[in-house]
Design a protein around this ligand. Structure first.
Ligand code: MN
Length: 154
């Protein structure tokens, strides 16, 4: 069953949980940004006509995403495992079906717990700016907050 106009499937099943038929696992980032054990899957894209992409990221046990910020925002819904995230200067424990809003130009990083993965959906606009990494000065300012200092991995 596909949409005759776009050939996109009307339904995509999961051969196993968190793995969708015909959706390939992608490298999280290929620009040299620092991260540990993260995969990416694009579930919905420009062709679906909403101007957004819905991605599924999976961070392996003990892994983390890149500490970054950018103009575009993220709407994040954890759906697998446990972990935590930094948003600005706040750290939040994450459980499935929580909601996380990453505002514009706000530092953020996601981590999985040491003993289990963290999988989350992340919606972004199709048209968006590139993430910016912290400069040494940014890191100095971030690390001035003990909570942030303990959390971040760079
Ligand atoms: Mn980001």
């Amino acid at each position: 069953m596909t949409d005759p106009e776009t050939s996109l499937p009307l339904h995509v099943g999961q051969p196993e949980p968190f793995r969708w038929e015909g959706i390939q696992e992608l490298t999280y980032k290929e620009d040299g940004s620092p991260f540990r054990d993260v995969t990416r899957r694009v579930l919905f894209d420009a062709g679906h006509g909403q101007g957004v992409q819905v991605r599924y990221f999976e961070v392996g046990p003990g892994g983390h995403t890149t500490l970054e910020r950018h103009e575009h925002t993220h709407s994040v819904i954890p759906i697998r495992g446990r972990g935590a995230c930094l948003v600005g200067t706040e750290v939040f424990a994450l459980e499935p079906h929580d909601l996380v809003h990453v505002p514009t130009w706000t530092w953020h990083q996601f981590r999985a717990d040491p003993d289990q993965p963290l999988g989350f959906l992340c919606t972004v606009t199709v048209e968006r700016d590139r993430p910016v990494l912290p400069t040494p000065r940014d890191l100095e300012l971030l690390r001035a907050d003990p909570l942030v200092d303990r959390f971040i991995r760079v």
